[in-house]
Design a protein around this ligand. Sequence first.
Ligand code: HEM
Length: 174
Amino acid sequence: MERYTKPAVLLHWLIALLIISAFGLGLTMVDIPGLTPTKLKYFSWHKWLGVTVLALVCVRLLWRLTHKAPAYPANMPGWQQSAAHGLHLGLYVLMFAIPVSGYFYSLAAGVPVVYLGVVPLPVLIAPNPEWKPLLKATHYWLNMTLLAAFALHVLAALKHQFIDRDNIFKRMLP
Ligand code: HEM
């Protein structure tokens, strides 16, 4: 059976790992009361993780746009193929939009991002108290949408593996 290419598989699992870490750290850090050194450290780590995801997602999008994904089995119903396509498209949009919203939120809050504490990243907008709450809410709700999309994605993979037994899941395994 046709499978995903090695770079596609590597990017899929690397990005998944980084997103799960950034998500967990994001929820953890906002719950720390006050403005402690630990909280500030977690914010920095969160931003570095997120910026890394953004860079990798750009590479992944380029790879995906220049390489065809393996075809679905012929007996997979059309609506399921369309649903899978739509969900994958949605996941790409979210994987891109979430770090971008976080990045602009940080800038609107007046905190430019210094990648790994070494490389100052472009300050694309000035601090903006009006946009700040909007961008914060955008970052939050995009994340909750990602959580729902991710749940569907995993459930679908499990259904293919254990109910349909059609080896779709194996195509993305290393
Ligand atoms: C894969 C990428 C990312 C994921 C999955 C992610 C996820 C999250 C989550 C779940 C939260 C907690 C939201 C809440 O409960 O209010 C959060 C908060 C935050 N994120 Fe991200 N994030 C990502 C990328 C980024 C990037 C690239 C930046 C900035 C450069 C960033 C900046 C922030 C900030 C500043 C907060 C704190 C919001 C607050 O002040 O309450 N995020 N993120």
